[in-house]
Design a protein around this ligand. Structure first.
Ligand code: BGC
Length: 895
């Protein structure tokens, strides 16, 4: 009988994924053991067809001596297409005990060879009345299954968005398929398990097509059809019968096409649905489609068709409105209580032809009126025309809105609370983090950060989800990714996006400002393009997976080489267009760019990315290039010093962001760092404990302050409630993170309409510091194999609770200031990892664990002491430390 178990089996981070085309999937598992200091000494993996590990064994890894339980590549026989592989795992611990076999999990391969696509691309004919082809398409086909069904899978994709129906039912609950990729190069398909929807005899498959990112309006100049003018679908259904035979149903010219009630659908602008045009039973057998013309064969796009990699988008939560308001201007407005992204679903019972409109907005103006100025041209309006004759329910198909308030017409006010709900939609990433502390406003800030992430992670990481933009701005993604990786498991999401980034990179390595790229967005800005390097590296650090580095290495290298070719000297980047310290508060009047020189920022990021590239080369075993880029990095740093640091060691541009970058990226000589940190601190103090940093400096500001001993100042910045500060918007009632510190000013007026999002995650990057410094959860080895626990308690909070469900399992820290100045700190360290825990107490006898003196503590490997406290080296398990900080201790703040 063993006392540990193997759980939470994953394939490429996902549980039981269907339809993956990775031929070397990575398997991970989590160990459960109460025993302190649990270490895995060996593992064994078995993979079988289905879950018959006896008769249908495909691969047995044998007993592998290893303490690794994450990202073990499948190296068995070549995987077959469209096959379910079950797998199970057992492990040995360091005492020679072996676990039971885990419960089996599985993955299913998709179409591994492109020749397996037998389906033909089809599109619907345009009607003469709708030359723009605004109305959404409906395509359908009937088919008969003769035999007993064992399983059925649909593989499908589209140009534009699609929704699949089988026998009148949605194929599953996923939305916004096929997702947003660099459509001209990469197009995803989805796999659906429709076994339960198909029966012997007559069946029907139907598909709705909408514009989406492909054909619809995209970006801020009213452009549309950026990728193509016609929608099209590719659908292939495989039905496996009990006699082992297979029936394949594919889209082709025999399918029928029509338009229907969905007269218009645009991501930004909303939908128009005339329910009087409802086509009853269109996706069910028995429907007479004689009047529908045949679908037209559409030329296959040039893009590579790839299996969906990230988690799908779904409704993840349904919110009830908190109030119905009549505004001073007399509008009836629903308040959802939360700035959310998704749509409203409603049920009404009205006479035929009644027009219901829903307009969506993020905020009310200072008089309490409905305000849509900041949406720019995005209409965010749903128009529904009732069919009449009973209850009817509607929710959009291919449009999403960013909103807290909904102005409704056409429905009696008293029906709104009961019959209208907000469906929250985003990529259904697994939540992994939580953070709360004794300051309610800070806890609310964390909550707002998570809502910002939810709203802006709808298939791609966007800048904002409401105005006519909603694009994959690289700079925003880069600054937020580390915080994002605490809050949710983001790897498949970013792996997919980074492949698009690589696909969209110019031959000279330039990175577009937005990914997927669009013609008007431009490319090549420092700190934005660096997403090519910073994002893969961050994923590697947080999840310990080298695959993303191997895959992205050419792209990372190309970006660094691009930078190298730009400056008028190989080691400085002092040319070209840059956004600079975007929205920095030290900007000149009417400028969006902060005062920090752009060439300083560009060279700082050039150095940083080159350093990360050198590390990447080393991790993936490219020794030669690791050395070359290490040497290049050194030269860039020297050039930085020669250009931007005075001979006596002072950063020549005295801005907060210049100090922050120089310190964060280790660009200064060791001797000059403390002084620079002090100058940064003084600059903040002189500015009334306020920051002036923009997009580039803000994410690192508190991290730098803490690293150089100014955690107290970092806390004061965090707790600052006056503009500009993180809590200013919280105090104003924000439920998400704003693009501008003063999106709504103290007097209730707004920042100008032209660029004012109330759901922009970039400044939410403070979440990294909350988890790492306030919660104290950090790593010293990728994937949290070695954990560093060092909360900096500060004097301003009495407790904080942080937890992070790492790839190795849950890490949790809960600290509390007790009566009399003592502290209690509860920790959870997952099995098969180790941790260094810093306790700010220099006297060994001043520390106890679960009521026992440190000397008798179970699981303590080593205790090092220095002038500040003890560094305890421990293994996995749950611990309860108590200590009274020594007298020189100033609340955990390094001097
Ligand atoms: C976006 C930003 C983005 C910026 C580039 C804005 O419109 O909303 O977040 O990074 O453009 O400067």
């Amino acid at each position: 009988m063993s006392f540990f178990t193997v759980t939470n089996l994953r394939v490429n981070y996902r549980k039981n994924p269907l339809g993956i085309d990775d031929i070397r999937p990575r398997l991970s598992w989590v160990l459960v053991s109460e025993r302190r200091g649990f270490v895995q000494s060996a593992y064994q993996i078995e993979v079988a067809y289905g879950d018959d590990f006896i008769a249908a064994l495909v691969w047995d890894s044998g007993k592998i001596e290893s303490d690794r339980n994450i990202h073990i590549e499948y190296t068995g026989p070549t995987l077959k297409s469209r096959t379910r592989y079950g797998f199970r795992i057992r492990v040995w611990d360091d005492q020679g005990m072996v676990s039971e076999w885990s419960e089996p999990s599985y993955w299913e391969t998709a179409l591994l060879v492109s020749e397996e696509w037998q389906a033909t691309w089809i599109t619907a004919p345009s009607s003469p009345e709708d030359t723009d082809h605004e109305a959404c398409d409906y395509v359908r086909s009937d088919f008969t299954v003769s035999g007993q069904i064992v399983s059925a899978r649909v593989y499908a994709t589209s140009l534009g968005l699609y929704r699949l129906f089988v026998n009148g039912e949605p194929a599953d609950e996923t939305l916004f398929n096929p997702g947003f990729t660099s459509y001209t190069k990469r197009l995803q398909y989805q796999t659906y398990d429709v076994t339960a929807l198909i029966s012997e005899g007559a069946n029907t498959i139907g598909c709705m097509l909408g514009n989406g990112w492909y054909k619809g309006y995209l970006a801020w100049e009213g452009q549309k059809e950026l990728f193509g003018a016609s929608r099209a679908a590719l659908i292939q259904l495989h039905v496996t019968l009990s006699d082992g035979s297979e029936q394949v149903i594919v889209s082709d010219g025999s399918w029928r096409a029509s338009t229907g009630p969905l007269l218009r659908s645009e991501l930004y602008h909303g939908e128009t649905y005339d329910a009087r045009l409802t086509i009853d039973g269109w996706s069910s057998p028995g429907f007479d489609d004689q009047a529908w013309p045949n679908a037209i064969i559409h030329q296959a796009p040039g893009a590579t068709i790839v299996a969906q990699e990230n988690e799908p988008s779904k409704v993840t939560e349904v919110l009830k409105p908190v109030a119905v308001i009549t505004t001073p201007q007399g509008d009836t407005v629903l308040d959802m209580g939360q700035n959310m992204v998704g749509w409203v679903k409603f049920t009404v019972n009205s006479v035929a032809g009644t027009v219901i409109t829903l307009q969506h907005a993020e905020v009310l103006d200072r008089d309490g009126n409905f305000y849509t100025g900041n949406l720019r041209s995005a209409k965010q309006t749903v128009t529904y025309i009732c069919r009449g004759g009973g209850e009817e329910t509607y929710e959009p198909y291919f449009s999403f809105q960013g909103f807290r308030y909904v102005k409704v017409t056409g429905v009696p006010k008293e029906q709104l609370m009961e019959h209208f709900v907000g469906c929250v939609i985003h990529t259904a990433l697994e939540p992994t983090g939580s953070f709360a502390c004794s300051d309610e406003l800070v806890t609310k800030l964390q909550n707002n950060i998570v809502w910002g992430q939810r709203g802006n992670f709808l298939d791609i990481p966007t800048d904002c989800p409401q105005r006519d933009e909603r694009l994959g701005w690289t700079g925003d993604a880069q600054v937020f990714i580390r915080t994002a990786a605490y809050n949710m498991n983001v790897v498949p999401f970013f792996e997919k996006w980074l492949k698009d980034l690589a696909a969209d990179q110019e031959p000279d390595g330039r990175v577009p400002h937005v990914i997927p790229d669009i013609p008007i967005a431009g490319h090549g800005s420092s700190a934005w393009g660096d997403a090519a390097v910073i994002c893969p590296w961050t994923l590697y650090e947080c999840y310990g997976d080298t695959r993303v580095l191997e895959t992205q290495y050419p792209s990372m290298k190309a970006w660094v080489e691009y930078m190298r070719a730009q400056g008028d000297n190989e080691y400085l980047w002092n040319t070209g267009f840059h956004f600079g310290d975007w929205l920095g508060l030290d900007a000149k009047e009417n400028s969006y760019t902060g005062a920090t020189p752009k060439d300083l920022i560009a060279t700082a990021f050039y150095a940083y990315s080159t350093q990360l590239l050198a590390k990447t080369a080393a991790v993936i075993g490219n020794v030669e290039e690791a050395e070359q880029y290490r040497a290049l990095h050194e030269r860039i740093v020297s050039a930085f010093r020669a250009e931007f640091v005075t001979p006596s060691g002072r950063v020549a541009s005295p801005t907060q962001t210049a100090y922050v970058l120089a310190l964060m990226f280790d660009l200064l000589e060791e001797k000059d760092r403390p002084r620079t940190a002090k100058m940064l601190a003084e600059n903040i103090e002189e500015n009334g404990t306020r920051l002036t940093t923009g997009f580039v400096g803000t994410p690192y500001l508190n991290l730098v302050l803490s690293r150089f001993g100014y955690t107290d100042l970092a806390y004061r910045l965090l707790l600052q409630q006056e503009y500009p500060s993180w809590l200013f918007s919280v105090v104003q009632g924000a439920t998400t993170i704003w693009e501008h510190w003063d999106g709504i000013k103290q007097d209730g007026t707004f920042w100008s309409d032209d660029m004012n999002s109330y759901n922009h995650y970039a400044y939410g990057a403070i979440g990294d510091w909350l988890y790492r410094v306030v919660g104290g959860i950090d790593l010293t080895e990728p994937g949290y194999k070695k954990i560093r626990i060092q909360p900096e308690f500060g004097e301003r909070l009495t407790w904080a609770d942080a937890s992070y469900n790492s790839i190795h399992g849950t890490i949790a820290v809960a600290w509390k200031r007790m009566e009399g100045g003592a502290f209690e700190m509860n920790l959870t360290i997952p099995p098969n990892t180790t941790a260094e825990v810093f306790i700010p107490e220099i006297h060994r006898e001043g520390i106890s664990e679960s009521g026992m003196p440190l000397d008798q503590m179970i699981g303590l490997v080593r205790a090092d002491v220095n002038g500040e406290g003890h560094l305890l080296h421990i293994g996995s398990g749950s611990y309860r430390f108590s200590f009274i900080p020594n007298t020189s201790f100033r609340g955990g703040i390094k001097k």
